[in-house]
Write a protein that binds this ligand. Structure first.
Ligand SMILES: [Zn+2]
Length: 206
């Protein structure tokens, strides 16, 4: 009502109104840009943050499930199977960690398998139920991977500190690639490594 009154009662205001109407489209566009940049991208940012925090939590949860930190061998840690200094062979280190936090270190997966297959002999007083995690050094990344999920190539041209070895790979695809590149004979999972297989590898019979 008041708008009608003012426009009709004073014709001088008409050009002003028209002026406003002409400038209206850029204002609306500007308003839209504001809408897209602030509201839309703002929402996108929030979604990104939610996704990021979700993955952070998931990673932390996965780490907790994994059995947490894999300890490193000290300068004087000896392999309980062969008696060699483990720290001299960082590219081959295998680790059996117990629930109370202490760990035993090996200069290769082969000795780790021997140890696990005869805990009574190599670690008197230790029980397999007390083991919190078993890790091996992955051939390509040199990172520690869960031995129970790893793939082991035997019969290859890559020798460890104790001769023929079980070369640990993280994925089956990596194991297949390694087998091809290094003339390996067989890919085994953790469960497939029996005492017989260890003996064969020890004797170089594949
Ligand atoms: Zn050893």
């Amino acid at each position: 009502m008041s708008l009608n009154c003012s426009t009709s009662s004073n014709p001088l205001q008409l050009p002003l109104v028209r002026g406003r109407a002409e400038s209206a489209p850029p204002l609306i566009r500007g308003g839209r840009e504001g809408f897209w940049s602030n509201e839309f991208f703002g929402k996108k940012l929030v979604i990104r943050l939610v996704i990021l925090s979700f993955f952070t939590l998931w990673a932390a949860f996965a780490a907790a499930q994994e059995g947490v930190v894999v300890p490193k061998p000290g300068a004087k840690d000896l392999c309980p199977v062969c008696g060699m200094l483990v720290s001299k062979y960082p590219n081959w280190v295998a680790v059996v960690k117990y629930r109370d936090g202490h760990a035993h270190f090996f200069d290769g997966a082969k000795d780790m398998f021997k140890y696990l297959q005869d805990l009574h002999k190599y670690a008197p007083g230790h029980r397999s139920e007390e083991i919190a995690g078993i890790h091996v050094t992955e051939f390509y990344s040199l990172g520690k991977v869960d031995a129970r999920k790893a793939f082991f190539v035997i019969g290859s041209d890559v020798l460890g500190p104790m001769g023929h070895e079980f070369v640990p790979l993280e994925t089956r695809a990596d194991a297949e690639e390694f087998l091809k590149d290094h003339k390996g004979k067989q890919i085994l999972t953790f469960e497939q490594v029996t005492a017989d297989v260890v003996e064969r590898v020890d004797n170089g019979k594949f």
